[in-house]
Design a protein around this ligand. Structure first.
Ligand SMILES: NC(=O)c1ccc[n+]([C@@H]2O[C@H](COP(=O)([O-])OP(=O)(O)OC[C@H]3O[C@@H](n4cnc5c(N)ncnc54)[C@H](OP(=O)(O)O)[C@@H]3O)[C@@H](O)[C@H]2O)c1
Length: 236
């Protein structure tokens, strides 16, 4: 490992210049994966890959909320690669539409409640990162044998599960699956992720020197914004 690039994922604190961790916790990054992609290779890709293992998309109609997000894009692209028959995505900012179409996800505006109702009734699996009114609308519109997977709360509000809900509601949190991943060995867990990211890297991020962290936070909050990356090398 000496001289190699690694992701030090499970050391004590990872936002720092030096991380001391057991060697088997440091995941080697292949030469073909640029730093900017490797920096985002962990939580969203791993969560998307794990969800698709738990709720396989082959032959299924998939609905994504928060479709402009990185995690939803991984879910959508890989669901298509796994043989989903149709993938639809609910977006907030119009600027996301072209990219969604480009990667094979049918865009539906979060303003269009009637289209959301139709999409929900068709969906076999919904991966919801929004919660709130949209998440609740989707859950309430889904059929009895369908699966609704709640993995994010971008609206800051919970989904209302109650009378009239027929679909199966599941909560997903990556941290519940770390023990299994760690058991396999993190290197092994990444062996499937690297080729996927090489073939389909996430949308271009915007890099901020770490000193400009307030600007990075503002970019993260901006509708239609680019994913901010903090560059700590600028501190050296
Ligand atoms: N459970 C888990 O283990 C797990 C793992 C990974 C990620 N997550 C969750 O997944 C979600 C997405 O993460 P990410 O890193 O992929 O996000 P991201 O790339 O930063 O994208 C955020 C997206 O959310 C949209 N958004 C934000 N607030 C919204 C609102 N109030 N209404 C509608 N849309 C809104 C943005 O819309 P615009 O298109 O308008 O900008 C943007 O498309 C987060 O909630 C994160 O915590 C959970």
């Amino acid at each position: 490992m000496v001289g190699r690039r690694v992701l030090p994922l499970r050391g004590e604190g990872t936002w720092q210049t030096y991380v001391d961790c057991p060697a088997h916790h440091a995941v080697e990054v292949p030469d073909t994966v640029p730093d900017i992609v490797a920096a985002r290779a962990y939580i969203n890709p791993m969560a998307a890959a794990t969800m698709l293992r738990l709720w396989p998309a082959r032959g299924k109609v998939v609905l994504l909320s928060g479709a402009g997000s990185s995690c939803a894009e991984h879910l959508g692209r890989w669901a298509i690669a796994h043989g989903a028959t149709r993938v639809m995505g609910l977006y907030r900012s119009e600027s996301r539409k072209d990219r969604l179409r480009q990667v094979g996800i049918e865009p539906i505006s979060t303003q269009d409640l009637s289209a959301i109702s139709k999409a929900s009734a068709l969906a076999d699996i919904a991966f919801d990162s929004l919660g709130g009114d949209i998440g609740t609308h989707v859950l309430q519109g889904m059929r009895g044998e369908a699966n609704f997977v709640a993995y994010g709360l971008l609206t800051g509000k919970p989904v209302t599960t109650g009378a009239g809900v027929r679909a199966r509601y599941h909560r997903f949190h990556m941290r519940d699956h770390f023990t299994v991943l760690a058991g396999l060995g993190m290197q092994a867990a990444f062996s499937d992720i690297w080729p996927l990211l090489e073939g389909a890297p996430p949308a271009e991020p915007r890099v901020f020197p770490a000193q400009q962290w307030q600007d990075a936070l503002a970019e993260a909050e901006r509708p239609g914004g680019q994913k901010p990356i903090l560059d700590f090398c600028s501190l050296n």
